[in-house]
Ligand binder design. Structure first.
Ligand code: ZN
Length: 1093
């Protein structure tokens, strides 16, 4: 082969030369290789000339988000080859360059490569584009001019972030980060870029890929091969005219079109940016800026580039930290090219968020999109979450979205999901049109493999004529690149491959609905991901902070709403929104699942502390207002039992955010007077507190001695009797429980029926350990084979009685788990409760061990029930099919139940999410010990509780649902100096603001409406749901204080907009002036009511 020289026509051989595929193909590959023969091949001519920049001035290394102007402490002039670090550090450079004479009229680029992330800024501090290695495919060019002017000077700022785009894992991507990495400035130069050479390069790249990837049973791959060969023969490297001639040969090949029946790929760009993962939230702010700025720049050259972008949080980060870039994004949104999708605050985990939190993802997210861009998102977008709750169809529809996109179920370990386009039917029957891009990724690079996979993988061939391809680097950000767009242009309609049609999410889905909806199959219920099931357990502290936070937010909103309606305090809208945003961010799909690096989890824990503290403060402020007369002084806060003067008599206040009356054994702080005649029990410890049975009405507050009225009426007692040496029987009016010296239950009898819940010869509360070594995804996966390594911890010591009644009895024991870890558990039974509590403290220092607890149950049923958002899901208790086998570790919220007709057993937890009820055994997953990506995951002390609740009748009738709320959020007495007789909650009284006469209907949230009506006392939002799984009619009775008369009840969607009721059963006040509304709900229906006063 000749390099550039006088352009002479090639002289073909007089006879046809027979070609062999391997050699022909490899020859063409080498012609575009960036490794081999670059001195004589086409690839080597992409940048035919280079020139060093004039100066690289290092002027600062400091924290994130520093504007270039503020950077200090630089090294001055640096050069290519210098190194910078350590991991996560930031360095700023000013690069000065001048276009040399010989570059005039050519396309000139700045090339910068440090092997980590970087962004180029203008001298006005505007972010222009990322300069980032994208996992081997580099975005290291920044176009300075398409027709350079000799002598023109350029000055730029470059921010170097010392982290590769996929984090800094030590010797492996998901390993804990190496904190001491340095990065070398390998390249910083001006270069001429040859667009004609590039065009031919992209032609050949595709021809070679088609020749090698397409089925060689058919002629098309050979046609590609021969075209490539012809080009290599005809091309004279360095001769731009020959590039153009060869490009014409390629163009003729790519313009051979398909027949009408060919499938179409609707393509759109996206960029999956994990809000935190192998990096922290702080780095993600910059990842967003790099990715979005790069995409906007690319849009200037490629009009077909449409970009789908999710996660309101990421828009807000850019808005706050990069206002200029945000303005440019807004313009692109208005042009319809930057397309908001998702409608949620972040791409959240879709298994564990509680009911209201899941609704808030949509409320907070959609309101952001509406406020910023004038419209709601129309497509729910959650491509990377580890399983999909069966309530998502109802919630997303209620939030204005009827289309859903994901692809994660393609990661299933055992079973292949049978559809790519289908109707997904949720728990309540709502259906949404759903699509999984058949390439099984959201990070396509527009390769021939991906294009072919989009056709061959498609499960719905014949039913649909279009499927989606999402291109753009993701996870660590990146987005679309020049190469992806060049390839797409050539593959628009090339015979043998599907057509590619640039599209948008709405365009794709509305076409799918209009052309294929009637032929789509239906998938009913949850989309369980058969992988990453350990994410229900990993990072126990995060899970606990999440569960606790959900209840604290509920308390804060409920009390603040009533204080505000009564004009006793302003509703803390701004502060509530601030902490809800932090809370929702922490439900991101690598934080709540516990699959991020340690630094990311630490920051998330700080956010949780902030949320908890603020929510508690709002609750106290609201309660203070309710206990104070409008003219009186606020009551002084006195922390329960702590630091108070024991001589002063404190009054007690109890708040119940739930829609049912409660009676619980509760700790009464020292200084709070318990009326005479009440049964009390001295508390363990010497803080002067006692136990008493307390009472509070539904959605209300009890104050003073009224909280003890249940205690005065009750004679219920509980006792502990030593049955044999070291074994005890605990009993109350509901249960008889026998505990052996290992802390295991040997008998669990429901008194009402005399029925034993445990199978004969088996024990309950067996603590068990498993080896827990997955195949790769350490924090994510627990594999089915872990069950084969089960070991029972039956070496308990020190079993002793610690509480003797009459209100609560307890025994405590200790188990040495290993030389490094131990567990102390207190088993308690209260006089009035139908379940046994297990309060557990673990000092945990294991390596790839999994701690669970087991309760065998003597019932027969093919299904067990697990709580999910606004309802429950039934799953098999057997392993008949491969789909059943895959369900060995399952997500549940506060409870899980295993029942046959008439009898069953539930377990409840206060912060756990992993369960499995199979083969007459319920297991709760307690603690794991993975080592990647957080090398210290779950090490240290843990405190949690679970309970076992054997019951007569169904779990619905037995009250498991209500008790699980109570168990998670026990009554807690607030000690107050006094409350005023004129207060909203007067001294020594109890008030109830709402009652519901049907236990199937559960109140989930009380809040002030986001939008208030001018001149009204305020609009109150109630969120309720049908919890039993049946149709229910109920009366909601409002007993609001003072002049707060409900004037109207309006049914809304979760965006708080009035909706027409498809049931035809619009809730309304039963008569004019009445304070009762009748509600008819479908199974698992979520109802949002807006009350006007
Ligand atoms: Zn992700």
């Amino acid at each position: 082969m000749q390099t550039s020289g006088p352009s002479a026509a090639r002289q073909p051989l007089p006879e046809v030369n027979m070609k062999f595929k391997r050699a022909t193909l490899e020859r063409a590959e080498k012609f575009i290789s960036d490794i081999y023969f670059t001195d004589v091949n086409l690839r080597g001519q992409l940048y035919p000339d280079t020139q060093p920049v004039e100066e690289i001035h290092h002027y600062g290394s400091s924290g994130r988000y520093l504007s270039p102007a503020q950077a200090t402490g630089g090294r001055g002039e640096v050069k290519v080859g210098d190194s910078f670090g350590p991991t996560w550090a930031t360095h700023w450079f000013r690069v000065t360059a001048e276009v040399p004479e010989r570059f005039a009229g050519q396309q000139v680029r700045l090339r910068w490569n440090t092997g980590c992330e970087a962004m180029v800024y203008s001298t006005e501090n505007e972010p222009l584009q990322g300069l980032t290695e994208l996992g081997g495919q580099e975005r290291t060019d920044f176009i300075l001019s398409r027709s350079a002017v000799a002598g023109q000077r350029y000055v730029f700022h470059i921010e170097m972030a010392c982290n590769p785009i996929m984090g800094a894992g030590h010797a492996g991507m998901i390993n804990p980060p190496d904190p001491n990495r340095t990065f070398t400035l390998a390249q910083c130069e001006l270069a001429v870029y040859d667009p004609d050479c590039a065009a031919l390069y992209y032609d050949l790249e595709l021809l070679v890929a088609m020749a090698s990837k397409m089925d060689d049973k058919w002629p098309r791959s050979y046609q590609a091969l021969y075209t490539a060969n012809e080009i290599v023969n005809a091309c004279r490297v360095g001769d731009r005219d020959s590039y153009k001639r060869c490009h014409e040969i390629a163009r003729q090949f790519f313009n051979q079109h398909n027949g009408d029946s060919q499938l179409t790929i609707a393509s759109m760009a996206n960029c999956h940016i994990d809000c935190a993962w192998l990096w922290t939230y702080e780095e993600t702010v910059r990842k967003c800026a790099r990715s979005f700025a790069s995409t906007l720049r690319l849009m200037e050259d490629y009009p077909e580039l449409n970009f789908a972008c999710s996660q309101a949080q990421q828009y807000e980060w850019v808005k706050v930290h990069y206002p200029g870039l945000y303005d440019r994004m807004k313009t692109a949104v208005a042009d319809g090219r930057f397309i908001s999708v998702g409608g949620s605050w972040v791409e959240m985990d879709a298994n564990m968020p509680g009911s209201e939190a899941l609704a808030r993802q949509f409320l907070v997210g959609q309101r952001f999109f509406k406020q910023e861009f004038g419209q709601y998102c129309q497509v729910f977008w959650l491509p990377d979450t580890f399983g999909y709750s069966s309530q998502l169809p109802q919630l997303m529809t209620s939030a204005g979205m009827k289309y859903f996109l994901t692809q994660k179920i393609s990661w299933n370990l055992i079973n292949k999901f049978p559809h790519h386009s289908f109707k997904w039917q949720g728990l309540d029957g709502t259906q949404v049109i759903t699509h999984f891009p058949p390439a099984n990724t959201y990070g396509c690079e527009v390769t021939i493999d991906e294009v072919l996979n989009t056709v061959t993988n498609l499960e719905d061939k014949g039913r649909v004529s279009e499927s989606l391809m999402l291109y753009g680097y993701g996870d660590g950000g990146g987005g679309p690149t020049e190469g992806m767009l060049e390839r797409m242009q050539r593959l628009k309609d090339c015979d043998g491959l599907p057509r590619i049609r640039p599209s948008t999410p709405m365009d794709f889905f509305s076409k799918l609905e209009s052309t294929s909806a009637s032929s789509l199959c239906t998938w009913v219920g949850e989309m369980y991901l058969e992988l990453h099931n350990a994410t229900y357990t990993t990072q126990a502290e995060i899970k606990k902070a999440n569960r606790v936070g959900e209840f604290l937010l509920r308390d804060a909103e409920t009390v603040s709403a009533f204080a505000s309606l009564l004009k006793l305090a302003d509703y803390p809208h701004t502060e509530l929104l601030r902490i809800w945003k932090l809370f929702l961010l922490n439900q991101f799909h690598d934080i709540l699942p516990g699959t991020s690096i340690e630094a990311a989890h630490d920051l998330a824990k700080d956010y949780y502390k902030d949320v908890h503290k603020s929510a508690k403060q709002m609750f106290v402020t609201g309660l203070d207002a309710l206990l104070t007369s409008s003219t009186g002084q606020p009551s002084t806060e006195a922390a329960a039992g702590a630091g108070t003067d024991s001589s002063s008599v404190l009054t007690a206040a109890l708040v119940n955010p739930f829609s049912w009356q409660r009676e619980e054994v509760c700790s009464v702080p020292a200084g709070v007077q318990v009326p005479d005649g009440c049964s009390v029990q001295r508390n363990a410890g010497d803080d002067g507190s006692v136990l008493a049975l307390v009472q509070v009405p539904s959605l209300g507050v009890a104050c003073g001695k009224t909280i003890f009225s249940a205690s005065q009426a009750s004679t219920a007692v509980v006792e502990a009797v030593e049955e044999s040496v070291g074994a005890y029987r605990l009993s109350n009016k509901h249960l008889h429980v026998t505990i052996d010296r290992h802390g295991q239950l040997t008998s669990l009898i429901v008194n009402k029926t005399g029925r034993e819940a445990l199978p004969e010869g088996q024990t309950g509360n067996r603590l068990v350990m498993f080896d827990d070594i997955p195949l790769f995804w350490d924090a994510w996966d627990v594999m089915p084979y872990h069950l084969e390594t089960r070991r029972v911890l039956d070496n308990a010591t020190e079993l002793r009685v610690t509480e003797t009644g009459p209100l609560r009895v307890s025994v405590q024991y200790k188990v040495q788990i290993s030389e490094r870890s131990h567990l102390v558990q207190t088993i308690s039974l209260c006089s009035n409760e139908e379940f046994v509590r297990f309060h557990t403290r673990v000092d945990w220092h294991e390596n790839r061990q999994f701690l669970k607890v087991e309760f065998p149950v003597d019932v027969s049923s093919t299904e067990a029930t697990y709580e999910t958002q606004f309802g429950h899901t039934r799953r098999p208790t057997h392993s008949n099919t491969s789909w059943d086998v895959a369900k060995f570790e399952l997500c549940g919220h506060k409870w899980c139940d295993y029942s046959e007709y008439g009898f069953g057993m539930a377990v409840m937890t206060d912060c756990k999410y992993g369960y499995c009820a199979k083969d007459k055994l319920i297991r709760i997953s307690l603690l794991r010990s993975p080592k990647a990506p957080d090398g210290n995951s779950d090490m240290g002390c843990h405190e949690f509780s679970y309970a076992v609740f054997p019951h007569q009748g169904s779990f619905q009738d037995a009250g498991v649902i209500r008790q699980s709320y109570n168990f998670n959020h026990p009554l807690s007495i607030m000690a107050r100096a006094s409350s005023s007789p004129q207060a909203a909650v007067p001294a020594s009284s109890s008030v109830s603001w709402l009652t519901i006469d049907n236990p199937a209907i559960v109140l989930e949230a009380v809040k002030m409406a986001e939008e208030q009506v001018e001149g009204r006392p305020g609009s109150l939002i109630l969120r309720l749901y049908e919890s039993f799984g049946g149709r229910a009619t109920g009366n909601i009775r409002f007993t609001f204080p003072g002049a707060l008369n409900v004037q109207s009840v309006v049914k809304c969607n979760i965006l708080e907009e009035a909706i027409a009721d498809s049931n035809g059963a619009t809730p309304s006040l039963t008569s004019s002036g009445s304070q009762t509304a009748q509600l008819c709900v479908k199974p698992f229906e979520v109802v949002t009511l807006r009350l006007e006063f």
